[in-house]
Design a protein around this ligand. Sequence first.
Ligand SMILES: *Cc1c(COP(=O)(O)O)cnc(C)c1O
Length: 390
Amino acid sequence: MSEITVRSDTYLANTYAHFPVEIVSGKGSLLYDESGKEYIDLGSGIAVNSFGVADEAWMQAVTAQLGKVAHTSNLYYTEPCGRLAEMLCERSGMKKVFFGNSGAEANECAIKAARKYASDVRNIGMPVIATLKNSFHGRTITTLAATGQEHYHEMFQPLTSGFVHVTPGNVEELYEAARNNQLAAIMVECVQGEGGVIPLSQEYAQAIQKVCHDSNILLIVDEVQTGIGRSGKFFAYQKLGMEPDIVTTAKGLGGGLPIGACLLGEKVKGVFHPGDHGSTFGGNPAVAAGAISVVERLTEDFLAGVERRSQMIWQTLSGKPGIRGVSGMGLMVGIDTEKPAPQVLARARENGVLCLTAKSRVRLLPALNIPDELLMRALEVLCDAADPNS
Ligand SMILES: *Cc1c(COP(=O)(O)O)cnc(C)c1O
């Protein structure tokens, strides 16, 4: 153990079980540790490094902006912030964007927007938001309350009130929740990421859409993990044919720097007024410049490449010894292995491949531009790691 590990274990709050790897540098989908060992990265910093690490175009965009002005606060106009908002609206049909610094912060904004709309327009006194069981929406006290997993709640009572959790796939429960005339919004992930990489079925997605439409309930889609090309479309809801009123996104948007965005559609575009909400760092011009370089490269052609790599993964892994099943969408992949996932990860890591877990599954979130040759090499290592006889 080098001093990096010792110092980190001594001084960092004990909130993460770190993998025993000290990353010092990287390029694209390759990472290097203290000893110079090379790893193929199939996690991209949890779906953050959309174009891998030390990506040339992204670095150039960020450093050019650093040389002009890195931060101004939102009291002034800057070019990158407005341009990024415009691009996000063009790609989604949404009308307005609020920038924060994380997924949780984007979701906090969505929750505030939904509550304010409920109070302003529908005259609801104590609005309720329905989310799904097994969902994940963040770590702040309010987004924890939104998260439909009891074990995250236990230690942190009292949580923010005003949330109910319904069972994914159960349309009856959805209608039951909608009979409560205080229901302001339904918030869902298109693929439950932290929950095990479980996609919503098309039928259930349509049922949610219909309930929202029929009862003037806002539809909030949490695209913090699924957004910005990861699903093979710009947003995953576009694949499921949903028409959200609010979309949140974060992880992959900044290409490696912190940013979160809450996109407001036609119904809610006018809900906020000056002073209603804010974030000092939100829309930071240096981060926004990097995000523009990510978004402008997500062309139809590029997204077809994401879809093609996704198919390579499914074809390579499906039916291999020790692999019970594959789930997910685009370059968000869950693998149900016979061996416990941590064992699979440890062996892959020894052999130079870094993966993640989600619940009991192995989870892959490679960079969207991972070269085919690296991806195939990594999958070979992963197949070996999952094989009970190896
Ligand atoms: C990661 C994640 C969040 C939280 O994002 P942070 O940036 O960690 O606050 C929220 N929702 C979903 C779906 C996520 O995957």
